[in-house]
Each structure stands twice: as structure tokens, then as C-alpha cells.
Design a protein around this ligand. Structure first.
Ligand SMILES: Nc1ncnc2c1ncn2[C@@H]1O[C@H](COP(=O)(O)OP(=O)(O)OP(=O)(O)O)[C@@H](O)[C@H]1O
Ligand SMILES: [Mg+2]
Length: 417
């Protein structure tokens, strides 16, 4: 793609240098027209971090006119704040990250400060790296105001959350009474009725979980459930959670392995599993995440094994859950983390679920600054990998000391941790 400055300037290409074709004025005019009329802000940042091009919407959102922006470093053009209102430092700035490691990214978690009015606008920010023939990376940054979108989402979430909250109470009561009816100590029932009541009891449990999942989804979407981050030794935490699932794994007749399945326990330059690995996580979030992934592995594996591996390098911990189950087709794989998405085929049709599990898993992992991805082969099995930032033993000891002392005093300011 060739980018062109606006009409009043000399119409000469800025980065990246044209490689593929001879200048075509008609096409250049069209490119320019597209950029001028697009409803999103578009900024082109060169490999050195300076702005080479910006369209009118970008100028407006940034609060600077075109000539003012061009040539400036992205850091002075994009004043970004996180949701707590703190300035986003270089280590957490997605533009800085993309200049160092050219990976596509998008976020809706940042606010942009417009120069002049100093207005804070929530934005959706997308960064697409492009590589020139000399191997250097430039960035095409697109961003738009999502204030209205977020307000509408918030309203929708409020409605779902109130409705699920209200419905949870009668469902819990139905489940409770059905439980009493099925309990020989509290009721005597006809054997034929037992079968119907058992089915009704299971369905009410399912409904109760669905309402809880809906409630969690809306709260996580709205940022109402924030992780309570603690410094932990991650191998023992994950092992405890996974071991508690062994009865369910055994009940399905599956094998279970924790550790190293193929000699690949260390990422490049990594450490062995028998060493302690520390991370900063919310233990309750970790429990929900691991249970969901393991429950899926059990549910979608008719026979074979479930294997859990933990690997680490200097910066990250990777926890993977592999199974030898039905697998997921390539075209389905990119959708499975979406809200309510379920693969619909012969193998899955008989298996119950709502399609919220992996969405909640992803939300919780991202709230802890982690990532999740899935690899799979249809009919062979799947592997879900959770990546979380690692902390050093020294940081763990310092924070653990602080956590324990604050816990003794009965106070735990999360920000300090
Ligand atoms: N280990 C797995 N093997 C094969 N398919 C899987 C696996 N894990 C998830 N899937 C597919 O991804 C879909 C989404 O998973 P998700 O956990 O979000 O929903 P679910 O299991 O259907 O319902 P629930 O909300 O009760 O968890 C599943 O319906 C299933 O088709
Ligand atoms: Mg599930």
C-alpha cells in the first residue's frame, strides 16, 4: 500500500516507499479520497516512531491539525490513559510494543486525551504492522470514539444482569425443592417419578449455572469484577486445581497426566518444571479458568488422555491443557472464544453447554494481562494454552511478605500489590 500526504502538500509518497508499481495518479487520488472520507482516525507511524500521515478524523480526535502532527513522535501525539486514569507507560503502550514486536493488536481498554480540550475519549485502537523491503516495521494505527457504543453496551449489560440476578433466586428455590423431593430422608416418591424429578433437578442446576454465567459475563464486560492479584507459586496452584478434577476425569474413563508429556517442558531458555515458577494472578480467577478448560477437555473427549503442562521462560508462564478428544475444525477455531459460540456438528450436538465458558475464560485471563489460544486437529484432539506474565522469586518473596502482613492486619489494598 502506498500512502500519500494530503493534497496541499507535495504529492509524494511517504513511508513505506513504493516498491511494487510505478506511480499511478488516479489510484493515489483514490487512496487519498478513501483516507479523507473514512470515519475512523488513521495514522501511519514509521519505524522510528514518528507520524508520517494522519487523516482528518485522526486530527480531530487528537486535537491537533495535520501539519502539527506530521514528524512528531507517536508518544507526544497519542496521550493514552488506562481505565484508572493513569498515563500508559512505554512498557504497556501497545504502539511501543508493536514497534518492537510487529504483531497485530486491538484494544478497547484505553482512553485518548484530545489536546486543547483535554477531553478523555474511550477509543477502540487497532494496530497493524507493515514490513517494508528493508525489513523495518511501520504501523498503521486506526482508532475511533466508542463512548456511545460503551454506553449502549452498559445499558444492555445492566438489563441482562438484573434479569439473571432476579431469575437466579426462583431457580435456586426450584432446585432446592427438587433436591428435597429426591432425598429419601425428606420425601418418599414413586420410582417412576424419580426419573422425571432427576431430569428436572439436572435442568434446574443447568439453568442456575447459565444465570450465574450470564451475570459473570455482564459484570466482567463492565469491569465490575476486577481481579484481586496475588503473588503465587503457579505450578502448585494449578496442580491443586487440576488434581481436584481427577475424579471427574476418572469417571469418564480418561487418563490424566500433569507435567511433561513430550520433553517440551521448557520454552527456549526456559526452566524445568521441577523449579518453582511465580506469577501474579487472582487465584479465584485461575480456579474458574482452569476448571472451565478442564471441564471442556473432559466433555469433548470420548476416550484417551488429558495432559496438563506448565512451561516458563524469563517473562511468561504457559499452562497448556491437551486432550485426545473430538477436536475443532480450523474454521471454527477462531470463533470458540466468542460469547455463546458452540460448534454444531454430529459429535457436539448431544453434549450440553451454553457457549459462555471460553468467553468467560478469555475475559478473566485478559483482565490478568494474559492471553489464551487454542490449537486443534479434528478427530485428534485440542490444546488450550494460557500465557501469563511471570514474576521473579525476589518479587514473589517481597509481595508475599507484604500480603501476609497486610492479611494479619486484616487489610489488603490491592493497588499496593
Ligand atoms: N477441548 C475441546 N475439544 C473440542 N471442542 C471444544 C473443546 N473446548 C471447547 N470446544 C468447543 O468450543 C465451544 C465453546 O466452548 P465453551 O466452553 O465456551 O462452551 P460450552 O462448553 O459449549 O458451554 P459452557 O458455557 O457450558 O462451557 C464448545 O461448544 C465446543 O464446541
Ligand atoms: Mg465449556
Amino acid at each position: 500500500m502506498t500512502f500519500w500526504k494530503k493534497k496541499s502538500d507535495k504529492t509524494e509518497p511517504v513511508a513505506p516507499a513504493p516498491q511494487q508499481d510505478t506511480p499511478n495518479p488516479e489510484r493515489n487520488n483514490m487512496n487519498e479520497l478513501v483516507l479523507q472520507s473514512i470515519h475512523e482516525g488513521v495514522v501511519f507511524v514509521g519505524p522510528e516512531g514518528n507520524v508520517h500521515l494522519a487523516n482528518p478524523v485522526a486530527s480531530e480526535l487528537l486535537g491537533r491539525n495535520y501539519d502539527e502532527i506530521i514528524g512528531l513522535n507517536y508518544e507526544s501525539v497519542f496521550v493514552l490513559l488506562d481505565k484508572t486514569g493513569a498515563h500508559v507507560d512505554t512498557a504497556h503502550n501497545p504502539i511501543a510494543k508493536a514497534l518492537q514486536q510487529p504483531e497485530f493488536s486491538e484494544t478497547r481498554d484505553l482512553d485518548l486525551v484530545t489536546k486543547g480540550s483535554e477531553k478523555r475519549t474511550p477509543i477502540s485502537l487497532t494496530i497493524a504492522p507493515t514490513t517494508a523491503t528493508d525489513g523495518r516495521h511501520s504501523l498503521v494505527i486506526t482508532f475511533r470514539d466508542i463512548e456511545k457504543e460503551l454506553a449502549e453496551e452498559h445499558e444492555r449489560n445492566e438489563f441482562i444482569s438484573t434479569a439473571s440476578h432476579e431469575m437466579r433466586t426462583p431457580v435456586a428455590s426450584i432446585e432446592g425443592y427438587l433436591g428435597l423431593a429426591l432425598n429419601p430422608a425428606t420425601a418418599t416418591i414413586d420410582e417412576r417419578a424419580r426419573d422425571y424429578l432427576t431430569k428436572a433437578h439436572e435442568s434446574s442446576q443447568h439453568l442456575g449455572r447459565l444465570f450465574q454465567d450470564l451475570l459473570d459475563t455482564t459484570k466482567l464486560d463492565d469491569g465490575q469484577i476486577a481481579p484481586k492479584m496475588e503473588a503465587v507459586e503457579i505450578v502448585s496452584l494449578v496442580k491443586n486445581i487440576a488434581d481436584a478434577q481427577t475424579p471427574n476425569i476418572a469417571a469418564k474413563g480418561l487418563g490424566y497426566q500433569f507435567g511433561n508429556d513430550s520433553g517440551e517442558q521448557s520454552m527456549s531458555g526456559g526452566r524445568r518444571l521441577d523449579q518453582l515458577i511465580y506469577a501474579s494472578v487472582d487465584p479465584d480467577f485461575m480456579r474458574e479458568i482452569m476448571n472451565n478448560i478442564i471441564e471442556n477437555a473432559i466433555k469433548y473427549t470420548p476416550a484417551g488422555w488429558i495432559t496438563i503442562n506448565i512451561r516458563a521462560d524469563q517473562y511468561n508462564v504457559q499452562i497448556s491443557v491437551s486432550d485426545t478428544g473430538i477436536g475443532i475444525a480450523r474454521e471454527e477455531l477462531k470463533h470458540i472464544f466468542q460469547k455463546f459460540y458452540r460448534v454444531d456438528n454430529r459429535d457436539t450436538r448431544e453434549i450440553g453447554g451454553t457457549g459462555l465458558g471460553l468467553y468467560l475464560v478469555k475475559q478473566r485471563i485478559e483482565a490478568m494481562n494474559g492471553r489464551i489460544w487454542a490449537e486443534s486437529e479434528l478427530g485428534k484432539g485440542s490444546r488450550f494454552t494460557v500465557m501469563l506474565p511471570r514474576i521473579s522469586q525476589k518479587e514473589f518473596e517481597q509481595r508475599n511478605f507484604l500480603q501476609q502482613n497486610l492479611a494479619k492486619q486484616g487489610q489488603m489494598p490491592q493497588q499496593a500489590l
